[in-house]
Each structure stands twice: as C-alpha cells, then as structure tokens.
Design a protein around this ligand. Structure first.
Ligand code: FAD
Ligand code: DLZ
Ligand code: SF4
Length: 506
C-alpha cells in the first residue's frame, strides 16, 4: 500500500517525522505551491520567493536521494493543500497521508477535515514536545520563560557541567544589552546570488505577487541547507562574538547589527535548532566567543523559541483574537510605508519593506511599542507581522505579537506591557539624532510622540496596571506632575492620534 508523505513549505528537513516514518521505495512525497498558503495573508514577496525556491531545491534533493516526489508548481494544480492531497491520493492509489503537524491551527484543522485520512505526527524538530510543555506549565501560577529555559538546558546538556550551568550562572544578561557602539565590524549576513531555480521563482513571484507590500529584489537569502550552513558558519565566526553585547542596540544605518538571521532558516527547516546551538556551543568551547554571547544566543533558541511555541499550542486557536486591553484603532498607513516624521518608525518599516527583516528590539520596542501605545487593534497588528517578516509563521509570530508585544493575552507571556517613552529608544539607538521630533521634549511643538503616547497609555489603563508590581510605581511619577501638565500631555497625545487617524503625516 502506498502512503503519501506531505512536506509543507516550512518543513524542509530530511529529519522530518513524516519522512522518517515513510518508505523511500514505496511512498510518494507530496509538495505543493498553493494559492491558499501563498495568500491567506498577503506575504512579503521575499518570503514567498524564499519558500518556493527552497521547496523546489528540497524536492530536487529528495529525488536525488531516491524519493519519488509529486511536486505541484503554483497555478498547476489545486489551490489548497487538501485539494492537492486528494488529487495525489487518487492518482497514486493511496488512502493515507503521513504528515508532520503544521505550525498553524488553521492548517491543522484543514488536514483534520480533509476527506483523505491524514495522520499528523509530532514535529520533533522542536526540543520540547507539546506534552512536555504541558507538564512544565501545569499548576504554575506564572509561565516564566527563565525556568522553562533551565529545564531545556538540562535536557539538551548545552553549556552544562553535569547538573550545573557552565560558568556557574544560568544567565549572563548583565553583560549584554549595551547601547550601540560607534561602528560595527560585521558586514552582516552572507548573501547568495540567485541561481537558475531562484531566478525562475523570482519571476513567478514578480508576476503573481508583485503588488504586495515589500521589495522582491535584491534577493539574497540562502535557499538550501548547504547555503544556510555556510551562512551559519560565517555568522558564528564574525557576528556571534558581539551578539550578546549589542543584542538590543539599534543603528540607523545597520539593519542586522550582530544578529544571526537564522530564524528564517530554522523556521523553514533548512537548519536544525540543535545544530545551530551546537555550533555556538563549540565556538565558546574553543574559546572563540565569550560566554555571554553563547549563553545569550542559546537561550533565544532553546528558551524563547521553544517557550513561544509551547504557549501557541497550549492557548489554542482563539489566541490570535485576544484583545485584553480592548484596543480598536485601525493600523495606520505608516505601517505600509506612508511618510512619517518618526525616524525610528520610518527606518524600521523601510528596512522591513526592503529586507523582510527587522531584529527583535525593532519589532518589540519600535513598531510593537508604537502600536501598543497608540491602542491599535492587536489582530491587525498580528496580521501585519505575519505578512511582512520572512521568518513569520503563526506559531511563533502570534505569541510574540499578541502576548509579548501587545499584552493582549492578559499577561500570560509578559508580566508587564513592553511600553516605553522615547527615552528607551534614545538610549538604545542613534535614531533620535536625525529625527524631526525631539526626544527630550515632553510636550509642545516637536515633542517625541512616544513621550506623549506613553502617558496616554498609562493613564487610560490605570485600572489594569496600577497594582502591577513591575510597572505600577510609575503612577507615582504621573501623580506628582501638576494637573495642567498632565492635561497638556493627554490632549497633545490625543491630537497626535487624531491627526494620524485622519491620514495626516505624523
Ligand atoms: P537573533 O536575534 O539572532 O536570535 C536568534 C534566534 O533566537 C532567532 O533566530 C529565533 O529563532 C530565536 N528567538 C529569539 N527571540 C525569540 C522569540 N521571542 N520568539 C521565538 N524565537 C526567538 N520570530 C520568528 O521567528 N518569527 C516571527 O514571526 C517573529 N515575530 C516577532 C514579532 C514580534 C512583535 C517580536 C517582538 C518578536 C518576534 N519574533 C519572531 C522573535 C524575534 O524577534 C525573531 O526571532 C528574531 O528577530 C529573528 O531574527 P534573527 O534570526 O536575526 O534572531
Ligand atoms: C508560508 C507558506 C507559503 C507562502 N506558501 C506555501 C505553499 O505554497 N505550500 C506549502 O506547503 N506551504 C507554504 N507556506 C507554509 C505554510 O503556510 C505553513 O506550513 C503553515 O503556515 C504552518 O506553519
Ligand atoms: Fe523615535 Fe521619538 Fe527618537 Fe524620533 S525622537 S526617533 S520618534 S524615539
């Protein structure tokens, strides 16, 4: 009996559970570029091109290894994954599909309801299974990442001396998060010239998705495992040593700082999270990188990445609709590239359009912070992030946006809202020096909008946050301001929001 083996666009890993369970000699791998996946949100063209090119190359690699692959190019078959499976089951006389669980409830449900029998296997490219995460979460009042991370260190043995963490500490963040340096001595991610397969996909994406937000060219992403590994080795050597120290810094003319850009490759399956962490651990063992860089990075992968996925699957399909702060403002046009005088926003959004990438602090403390302060509908914010970043899939994007960034899940992920005035951005970036607004001005003409909106946010959510032990004390500062000043701040913030809502350049 023939089985079909479904391999989705973000499952491009030879170690995939569905491939492991199948037989190379009798079963048929099914891969498909389909309109439903390519357009359930209007993804950045670079993201679609990256996935289609990587899918085509992975299919060729599987064929070279002896698999039979039934590959459907965009427009040459059904518009949905289930439709493709039904056609393939009919054509090949198969009545079962082996699949690895997709990273999105929408697709999990679609496979459950597909008329062909689909067996969904656990995605064991992750370190923690759903059961393990549930076991850890059960009975805890607060699901704090740090404790989960320690369990993952113990489980993987990464940077461990027996039962104790290497160097004696679990976390070296006190050495991290310095303000931006004068200059950067890392030229950024490795860039690959499009080969014939990539060029063919670029032309297809240009034709079909050319009108979506985002620049397709220049296109330089790695699109196969070999290239992704070259990129990783390059970054471990040149970028990792300063990764921790400048992890939170932002610079006007440095889009990537010392960041790894590996999220893109790990999430699609081109790199395995453990191989990435082992490469980083080895660089530290060899004495090539300091402990704060290696530990800080490994924490992002086996801590944050795994924890975020655990929350997505624990919280269920309604998570993306949560709106704990009742925010309803529409996403303003400046998120789609309309002019803005806020230098930090215009730089973060321009690089998002050009690269389909922004680093964590740009996502959290610039575009995310602004959306939260301005009270934008979290679902619209979620859709924006899912569309514009090449590494975005719902399992990882939604908890970061709905939970960490927009505090819309009522505080499951974040113990306080990630909001700040312009002061934080000023401290951690060089944006403010070339901004039309003045970060030191709290009110009046030219006052930084983050300064105004910060108090507007705190004031309108006083009931929720006054008793929060991490942020509640800030109300003491607010209460000490005289009434006239408070009134000026609130009315200027409101005037700013009104102008933004009216489509004026702010
Ligand atoms: P680096 O800074 O080099 O970090 C290394 C790796 O650690 C990342 O590649 C990633 O795999 C992992 N990591 C670090 N932080 C997180 C985190 N909070 N959640 C999950 N993994 C993490 N990450 C995505 O992969 N896809 C998304 O769609 C996504 N959306 C985000 C939206 C918001 C609002 C925020 C605040 C964060 C989001 N993140 C997302 C997490 C993080 O910003 C990105 O993983 C990171 O910026 C990717 O760039 P990098 O590979 O250069 O990461
Ligand atoms: C994101 C994406 C896109 C753009 N296109 C495809 C596709 O044509 N075929 C496919 O198998 N997968 C695609 N994907 C990835 C899926 O959307 C992804 O598997 C789910 O969102 C679950 O993470
Ligand atoms: Fe952003 Fe305010 Fe700084 Fe301008 S002054 S770059 S708006 S933080």
């Amino acid at each position: 009996m023939v089985d079909l083996v479904l391999v989705l666009g973000d499952q491009l890993s030879p170690e995939l559970s569905a491939l492991q369970k199948a037989s190379k000699s009798t079963d048929i791998v099914v891969m498909a570029e389909v309109a439903d996946e390519a357009s359930y949100v209007a993804h950045h063209p670079k993201k679609i091109a990256f996935l289609f090119a990587s899918m085509r190359k992975f299919a060729a690699q599987l064929r070279a290894e002896g698999w039979t692959v039934d590959y459907t190019k965009l427009g040459e078959g059904s518009d949905s994954i289930c439709g493709v499976l039904m056609r393939a089951a009919d054509e090949h006389g198969a009545n079962r599909v082996l699949a690895t669980e997709p990273g999105e409830w929408r697709l999990i449900e679609a496979l459950r309801h597909c008329p062909v029998t689909v067996e969904q296997l656990p995605d064991d490219r992750f370190i923690a299974s759903h059961k393990e995460f549930e076991g850890w979460a059960e009975g805890r009042k607060a699901l704090r990442m740090e404790y989960f991370y320690r369990d993952m260190r113990r489980k993987t043995g990464l940077m461990m001396d027996g039962d104790t963490p290497a160097g004696g500490q679990w976390n070296y963040d006190e050495d991290n998060r310095k303000p931006p340096p004068e200059g950067i001595d890392f030229a950024g991610p490795m860039r690959f010239t499009p080969d014939e397969t990539v060029e063919e996909v670029l032309q297809l994406v240009e034709r079909r998705f050319g009108n979506s937000f985002g620049d397709l060219r220049p296109f330089w992403f790695a699109t196969d495992r070999g290239q992704a590994r070259q990129h990783l080795a390059h970054w471990v050597k040149k970028g990792l040593p300063d990764f921790g120290t400048y992890q939170d810094a932002m610079m006007d003319d440095e889009r990537f700082m010392y960041h790894s850009i590996v999220g893109l490759y790990i999430n699609a399956g081109l790199l395995n999270p453990m191989e990435v962490c082992k490469a980083v651990e080895k660089a530290w063992q060899d004495g090539d990188v300091p402990i704060n860089a290696a530990e800080g990075f490994i924490r992002q992968i086996i801590g944050w990445r795994e924890y975020i996925r655990g929350i997505y699957f624990r919280e269920g399909p309604d998570y993306i609709h949560r709106n704990g702060l009742d925010h309803t403002r529409d996403l303003p046009g400046l998120y789609w590239g309309d002019a803005t005088d806020m230098r930090c926003m215009s730089r973060a959004i321009a690089q998002t359009k050009e690269e389909a990438y922004a680093h964590h602090i740009q996502r959290l403390m610039v575009t995310g912070n602004f959306a939260l302060l301005a009270g934008i509908d979290p679902f619209q914010v979620h859709e924006w992030y899912l569309r514009v970043y090449a590494d975005a899939y719902e399992w990882v994007e939604a908890p970061n946006v709905i939970g960490m960034s927009q505090f819309a899940d009522g505080g499951i992920i974040a113990s306080k809202p990630y909001v700040s005035s312009g002061n934080y951005i000023h401290k951690m970036s060089d944006y403010c020096g070339s901004c039309a607004y003045s970060v030191t001005k709290k009110t009046g003409k030219g006052a930084c909008p983050f300064n105004l909106l910060y108090w507007h946010f705190m004031d309108r959510h006083r009931e929720k946050f006054a008793s929060n032990n991490r942020i509640g004390r800030i109300y003491g500062t607010w209460d000490r301001m005289d009434d006239a000043k408070k009134e000026t701040i609130l009315s200027e913030a409101q005037a700013f929001l009104d102008r933004m809502d009216a489509g004026e350049t702010v």
